[in-house]
Design a binder for this molecule. Structure first.
Ligand code: ATP
Length: 313
């Protein structure tokens, strides 16, 4: 649905994007995650034809962004970081205006506006001016303008920025609902946002993609292997020898002091090799006791830190 190849963009001496490539399939809800100045907004502006790139290719729904910008714009709805709303316009008046710009035929406009007011939960504010609305409701109006022409693809730049916690939850719920029917790219520097709303995450840092996958896949890839913590009660020299002989174990170390209830080991295996069952049988067959067996889990926050601040550590 969206294909980005080797995108590069500089603003004078500032390099915003170095070499960005990624794909988004139809129906996916993808989080575009990165710290400040990573290049998220620049990427979104290029995808939505608001900004030319220096080099690279972008295709949206089969159309090249640089060669067929009008076709691309028809296919997508865009919620920029700061939605430019006309504050002295009424909500309905504004939606009529957007519907006209989006070439929704006169006879269908009324019905479509009614529908979009329902989808975006704007019923209680339809008679108000946009300037009177809370930030959360303004963001809903922003989403309504992005959705009015029923695009296949939605591009949302930091959709919950500046909202209070209740509004954040409401907007996330709305995005999740919309995401059931549309392809969505949502930029954010907030990890829980991405975990809560997205199927897949693309992590960008300093103008480069540094990771992509589901939060779970990223955690596994980023670890470079599996880590198991096992506490075993038995003769320490024999335990060490047997662990050493086990071919699936890449490495192991003893953690902390020997305790009354056993020896704790940190055991490493390759990515995708889960040795918990083998460890269980090793302990059982040798007549030792297994006091604890725990797989190390990494959350998206650990992955994000590891991928975006590794150069400095
Ligand atoms: P944030 O989360 O802070 O909005 P971002 O990931 O969206 O950041 P961009 O806004 O794409 O990042 O900025 C990437 C880099 O390009 C930054 O160093 C920024 O200062 C620079 N930049 C962005 N827009 C311009 C501009 N119009 N002129 C000059 N430099 C710019």
């Amino acid at each position: 649905m969206i294909e980005v190849q080797h995108l590069a963009k500089s603003y004078g001496p500032t390099v915003a994007l170095r070499d960005v490539s990624f794909k988004v399939d139809k129906g996916e809800v993808v989080g575009f995650l990165g710290p400040n100045a990573a290049g998220k907004t620049t990427t979104m502006r290029i995808l939505t034809c608001y900004l030319p790139a220096d080099s690279g290719r972008v295709s949206v729904a089969g159309y090249d962004v640089f060669e067929h910008p009008l076709e691309v714009r028809k296919q997508l709805g865009y919620l920029p970081e700061n939605t430019p709303l006309y504050l002295d316009m009424g909500v309905i008046e504004y939606l009529h205006f957007v519907a006209e710009i989006r070439h929704i035929p006169n006879g269908k406009r009324q019905a479509r506006i009614k529908e979009i007011v329902g989808i975006c939960g704007l019923q209680s504010v339809v008679h108000k001016d946009i300037g009177e609305l809370s930030k959360g409701f303004r963001q809903r109006v922003g989403l309504a303008q992005a959705l009015i022409h029923d695009p296949e693809i939605l591009i949302l730049d930091e959709p919950t920025i500046g909202l209070d916690p209740i509004q954040i939850i409401e907007i996330r719920e709305l995005i999740k609902r919309i995401g059931k029917e549309k392809t969505v790219i949502l930029s954010s520097h907030i990890l829980p946002e991405v975990s809560a709303t997205c199927d897949r995450v693309i992590i960008i840092n300093e103008g480069e993609i540094v990771g992509t996958g589901t939060p779970e896949e990223l955690a596994t890839k980023s670890k470079g292997g599996e880590t198991i913590y096992a506490t075993i009660r038995g003769p320490i020299d024999v335990i060490r020898k047997r662990l050493d002989e086990e071919s699936d174990i890449k490495d192991f170390v003893e953690v902390g002091q020997e305790q009354e209830n056993g020896h704790q080991f940190k055991i490493q295996s390759d990515v995708g090799v889960d040795i918990r069952e083998k460890l269980f049988f090793l302990v059982a067959n040798n007549g030792w006791s297994l006091i604890e067996l725990r797989r190390e889990t990494m959350n998206l926050e650990d992955v994000f830190k590891r991928l975006t601040i590794k150069e400095q550590t």
